[in-house]
Design a protein around this ligand. Structure first.
Ligand SMILES: NC(=O)c1ccc[n+]([C@@H]2O[C@H](COP(=O)([O-])OP(=O)(O)OC[C@H]3O[C@@H](n4cnc5c(N)ncnc54)[C@H](OP(=O)(O)O)[C@@H]3O)[C@@H](O)[C@H]2O)c1
Length: 376
């Protein structure tokens, strides 16, 4: 029985993680949950999964919950996430929060030598050098939950495979794959949220529409698998059946395939390196499947290139890109700007920010804060 600490239990990845755990209750148990503000759903999860520890974003919610569940130890805020990172009985620390709130707690869990199952992108995008160095020093595995990185891990067979030459990360192309830029400019948030293949949280769905998400995944792959950026390629695959490829030195390509469902990579991250039956996703009918693999259109989706370039520059640039993108995406979701204005906000921040190579964690967080404050 493995004890799981789950940060972000009420979100898209968090709820699906609990579905996986529910199916595999003889193998996994929930030791701790952390959520933000969705207290109604969190209460249902507490009743069902009976965690020993729970953390919420706000003090007032913590006080309310304490009255109702007197056998649970509650925490709140960023300190609460640190407390969860310190629980000795943890086997797997699942990071499924959005944004940057859990980055420091994840580093603490690594220092405590906990296996990390990582969905949160910001952790590696903002602080990949620091996080991977800590993981190496502490001999900690960081198992990706993202379907593309999970696919790469499955093809590599282990995180460091000397025969692997290139990583090919697939992208569905998002909802606007076949639209012109003129059409994109007029699409509303509601239209951009209609992802053709995946059901995800709002922020990541917009990142799929701009293809920033794919650029962020290239940065994550660079850190996770220690691949040079020139050897990480993006390929548009609208059917989302192949979740990524690895190209080997003898010319072989290995791909991991399956229906687009996050249950599979979530479960693999928990069971790694084993596999369990667990949640049965409908096995897809392989007959008569048409699978396309197209070159990305960097002119139509310039932020894909910009995001990868920020990764290549390194230092503070990925954090600058990440903060500017997050601010811009929420403005778009709130109806304050149009879809293509996301680009303008990002370009403006990149042009007006100064890079520092090898920044400290404090410098990364300070830069992130400064960018966000400009838009308050
Ligand atoms: N969704 C996907 O399919 C997918 C795939 C690959 C990678 N990812 C990555 O995984 C991460 C999570 O994505 P998501 O789509 O699951 O996001 P989401 O649906 O927005 O969920 C975010 C979760 O984080 C919680 N949270 C927010 N602030 C918090 C705080 N201060 N303390 C504790 N918990 C807090 C939220 O709680 P409340 O809702 O209670 O406020 C919620 O449970 C993102 O980095 C995303 O890029 C997602």
């Amino acid at each position: 029985m493995k004890n799981i600490v789950l940060l972000g239990s009420t979100g898209s990845i968090g709820t699906q993680t609990l579905e996986v755990v529910e199916k595999l209750k003889d193998k996994f148990s929930i030791l701790a949950l952390a959520a933000g503000k969705n207290i109604k759903l969190l209460k249902e999860q507490i009743i069902k999964f009976k965690p020993k520890y729970v953390s919420v974003a706000d003090y007032i919610d913590m006080k309310e919950l304490e009255k109702e569940f007197n056998d649970i130890k509650f925490f709140c805020g960023e300190d609460g996430l640190f407390e969860l990172a310190d629980i000795p009985e943890t086997d797997i620390f699942v990071v499924a929060t959005n944004g940057i709130v859990s980055v420091k707690a994840t580093i603490k869990a690594i220092e405590n030598k906990k296996t990390i199952a990582l969905a949160n992108k910001e952790t590696l995008v903002m602080a990949g050098d620091i996080v991977m160095k800590k993981a190496k020093e502490n001999n900690v595995s960081i198992i990706p939950i993202d379907s593309e990185h999970s696919a790469i891990l499955q093809c590599l067979n282990k995180q460091d495979n000397p025969y692997a030459k290139k990583l090919w990360i697939t992208a569905s192309g998002g909802p606007f794959l076949n639209n012109s830029r003129e059409e994109m400019a007029n699409f509303t948030a509601k239209e951009a949220l209609k992802h053709p293949r995946w059901m995800m949280g709002k922020k990541i769905t917009i990142d799929c529409a701009t293809l920033v998400n794919k650029g962020l995944e290239v940065i994550e792959a660079h850190h996770l698998y220690n691949f040079n950026y020139d050897n990480i390629k993006v390929v548009i695959h609208p059917q989302s059946i192949v979740h990524s490829f690895v190209e080997f030195c003898d010319g072989s390509f290995l791909a991991q395939m399956g229906v687009p469902s996050m249950h599979i990579p979530i479960q693999y991250a928990l069971s790694y390196p084993d596999r369990f039956e667990g949640i049965k996703t409908n096995s897809f009918n392989i007959y008569n499947k048409k699978l396309e693999f197209l070159e990305p259109d960097f002119e139509k989706f310039p932020l894909l290139k910009t995001t990868i370039e920020c990764g290549k520059k390194g230092g503070l640039m990925p954090a600058i890109l990440n903060a500017a993108n997050e601010v811009a995406v929420y403005k778009f979701l709130n109806g304050e700007i149009n879809f293509l204005d996301i680009e303008k906000i990002i370009y403006n921040e990149i042009e007006n920010s100064k890079n520092i190579l090898k920044p400290s964690l404090d410098e990364i967080f300070e830069t992130d804060k400064q960018i966000r404050q400009k838009f308050l």
